[in-house]
Design a protein around this ligand. Structure first.
Ligand SMILES: C[S@@+](CC[C@H](N)C(=O)[O-])C[C@H]1O[C@@H](n2cnc3c(N)ncnc32)[C@H](O)[C@@H]1O
Length: 394
């Protein structure tokens, strides 16, 4: 089945590129800006499902790799950002896509005023990429990994080719529950970026298994609902940490909030306001976004109490709650986090919430860490309920 999927997917995208078919998902490109240097032929076959948000972090001179580069839209934007001293590699398995991308590379270089193109398009498969070990600063990919039959192998490849200290930002389609077999075997829907979608939990789990840390969402948007399965367009980012000696001078991390307790991917738990001794490796991770705004790192223990200005808490309203079919999906960067109303959110696992918690999650402090879906098939009027003694019901 694996070869069959890859073959069908490639044929699908060859056909789309040749005909200029419009397909796929919500993106947030500024096409007016891109038109100033990317030819229409490339923009017309943009089949991504998110913006290459990771490119906001790119520095001149870096090496960027795009998995499933298609017509090259994200590679060309990366080429502009890394400048003539940087380089961009696009990998794709479909010849028609590669031809279009290669044909336009010199045109983009000229439009950018570069002496020659700093983008190279290579034919390859995402799970065995023709790229040297530890040679890339940033991996991007836009709506591709869901199409790969063996995603875990792709995540391992990503880890192999990134430099220590490198990062990825990937936009892709995921599902709120396991996609059933009858959809998995629908090759047409596989090509539509649906059947191959993993759950958020499996997707992030595969990245952690490959060795990545600090995995969290940049953005999640609802995409399509089929037979009660909610498909989402998600943009995730994470790190391949450089090797650091685990020991060193004592360091402490104090959680500011908004969660009352969290557990990181290395298994260390933190309670809000309490100084936790950490090793060098953890200190390195907690200095990166988004951890750095959630913790105070210090050489001697920093203890916070509720009245301290740094303490962050968002308490639910004290009124009855209404269940309307909403589910919160915690998207990191922790494997587990607890709020001030006794909810324990496991990364990637939908948890049913009522109206009070929905309001908490919509606040600026919580919102970056969650995707919210609604599983009710019609509008639920809902009856107000009172929480059980001890809380925890909503
Ligand atoms: C949905 S399109 C996205 C293209 C491009 N990233 C964009 O944003 O326009 C998917 C692309 O990934 C390529 N692709 C799909 N599966 C692949 C795989 N396993 N290895 C390499 N390329 C793959 C297809 O040929 C196609 O060009």
């Amino acid at each position: 089945m694996i070869d069959d999927i890859a073959q069908k997917v490639s044929e699908r995208y060859a056909r789309a590129a040749a005909t200029g078919e419009q397909m796929c998902c919500p993106t947030g490109y500024n096409f007016n800006d891109l038109k100033t240097f990317i030819p229409e032929e490339v923009l017309h076959i943009s089949y991504g499902c998110g913006t290459p948000a990771g490119l906001d972090t790119v520095r001149a001179g870096e090496t960027v790799l795009d998995i499933g580069s298609g017509g090259g839209i994200d590679c060309f934007e990366a080429a502009r950002r890394v400048g003539p001293s940087g380089r961009v590699i696009g990998i794709d398995m479909t010849d028609t896509m590669l031809e279009i991308a290669r044909r336009n590379a010199p045109i983009v270089a000229k439009n950018l005023g570069h002496p020659s193109s700093n983008v190279e398009f290579r034919k390859g498969i995402a799970d065995t990429m023709p790229v040297n070990d530890g040679s890339v600063d940033l991996i991007i990919s836009n709506c591709v990994i869901n199409l790969a039959p063996d995603k875990r192998k792709v995540f391992r490849e990503m880890f192999r080719i990134l430099k220590p200290g490198g990062r990825f930002t990937i936009s892709d389609i995921v599902a709120d529950q396991t996609v059933p077999q009858y959809l998995i075997h629908d090759t047409e829907k596989w090509g539509d970026c649906l059947s191959g979608a993993l759950t958020v939990s499996d997707y992030i789990g595969g990245m952690v298994e490959a060795g990545f840390l600090g995995i969290h969402q940049i953005k999640t948007l609802p995409w399509q609902r089929i037979d009660g399965i909610q498909f989402l367009s998600i943009t995730l980012t994470g790190y391949k940490l450089e090797t650091v000696q685990p020991n060193g001078p004592s360091r402490f991390a104090t959680l500011l909030g908004p969660f009352s307790k969290v557990t990181d991917e290395l298994g260390q738990s933190y309670r809000r306001g309490v100084a936790q001794q950490i090793n060098n490796r953890t200190a390195r991770m907690l200095s990166a976004p988004p951890f750095q705004r959630l913790f105070v790192l210090s050489e001697s223990p920093t203890i916070l109490v509720e009245s301290d200005p740094g303490w962050i808490a968002v308490l639910p309203e004290q009124k009855p709650c209404v269940w309307k079919g909403d589910f919160a999906i915690f998207t990191g960067p922790f494997i587990e986090a607890e709020d001030d109303d006794h909810h324990v959110f496991l990364r990637g696992t939908p948890l049913e919430i009522c109206s009070k918690t929905l309001k908490v999650i919509a606040t600026d402090h919580y919102q970056p860490h969650f995707a919210v879906i609604n599983r009710a098939s019609e509008d639920v009027a809902g009856t107000a309920v009172s929480c059980a003694p001890g809380g925890g019901c909503c």
